[in-house]
Design a protein around this ligand. Structure first.
Ligand code: UTP
Length: 309
């Protein structure tokens, strides 16, 4: 089973991150030295996926520019012998193919995926939400692709969440547990109340889906209120005999769609990165100390100049 295309829906309003997202796409939020979306593309390239359909909106031009060549900058960096500074985007530029499709109105995640239907043939394809970053030795999307090939069916990435936070997620109902990490799905419920949740297995922004999803999305469009949900499209496939699995992927996940998740991602990643970890550890240690500048208004980070004799 060939899976070599990923749809990245990036046309949402990003209201949880306003006013930052008023003019700058959420997907361009910096995480250490790269924008969030670059981590998604790198996760895919490591998984041998090279074709990307990015669903964007009018205000997301920066996304296209980031993965385009910038001849002026390249020339200057070459002259200064500093091309290594953009080596990671150069690599993407050489290996990845981007198709951009425009979602003219934010009519929901299901609608965003449907907008990219013409970039996908009669095949299985990946979907990754760019505000859900995932770090693992074996990339998140690769873990799903392996299961999709094994089961010859759609697969959704899940992780366990505390029961009292299920109402923030899409939650899966379990038809059958196949292994400790693999489940056959009975239904998906978007943001259920705790007492109505069929499990604590939350959908975490990665999917491998059958092209039959597009047909399902079309069928349910007339009944959609306000937004067309991806979960409703997958539920329609399930009701019409399509098998869908859920797989507990292994790794660290960060929801950077809201400021606190983004802050956690920066600290989490920086502590894993030798370029930043020692200085950050030192800084965090200092925050707890009674002599920290945060606790003492008279003490300043910038030391006063010594008095002249
Ligand atoms: P989210 O609901 O997490 O993101 O959608 P959002 O709508 O941008 O942000 P909030 O909720 O207002 O803060 C998940 C992903 O689906 C995309 C978003 O860009 C995000 O990456 N999306 C959502 C679309 O592309 N189109 C839509 O109509 C809705």
């Amino acid at each position: 089973m060939d899976i070599n295309k990923v749809i990245i829906p990036a046309a949402g309003l990003g209201t949880r991150f306003l006013p930052w997202t008023k003019a700058v796409p959420k997907e361009m939020l910096p995480l250490l030295d790269k924008p969030a979306i670059q981590y998604i593309i790198e996760e895919c390239l490591t998984s041998q996926i090279t074709n990307f359909s990015i669903v964007n909106s009018k205000s997301k031009q920066a996304l296209e520019s980031h993965f385009d060549s910038n001849t002026n900058l390249e020339l200057i960096l070459k002259e200064r012998n500093k091309t290594n500074l953009i080596a990671s985007t150069e690599k993407i530029f050489r290996h990845a193919n981007f198709t951009y499709v425009r979602q003219t109105e934010p009519l929901g995640l299901g609608h965003a995926i449907w907008t990219a239907r013409n970039t996908i043939g009669k095949e299985y394809f990946g979907v990754i939400l760019p505000d859900e970053l995932f770090f693992a030795k074996n990339p998140g999307i690769k873990q799903l692709i392996d299961i999709a090939r094994q089961e010859r069916a759609s697969v959704i990435a899940v992780q366990e969440v505390p029961m009292n936070s299920v109402s923030s997620y899409g939650i899966i109902g379990i038809k059958k547990q196949i292994t400790p990490k693999l489940f056959q799905v009975s239904q998906l419920i978007e943001k259920p109340k705790q007492k109505e949740a069929p499990s604590n297995l939350a959908i975490i922004g990665r999917y491998v889906l059958s092209h039959k999803l597009f047909n399902s999305l079309e069928k349910i469009t007339p009944y959609a209120t306000e937004e067309l949900q991806l979960t409703d499209g997958i539920n329609h496939m399930l009701k019409h005999g399509e098998k869908v699995f859920a797989y507990k992927i292994q790794g660290s996940r960060y929801d950077i769609g809201k400021p606190i998740g983004w802050i956690k991602a920066i600290i989490g990643r920086a502590l894993q990165d030798q370029r930043y970890a020692p200085a950050l550890r030192e800084y965090l240690k200092d925050l707890d100390a009674s002599h920290s500048f945060l606790y003492d208004n008279d003490q300043n980070l910038i030391k006063p100049l010594p008095k002249k004799p």
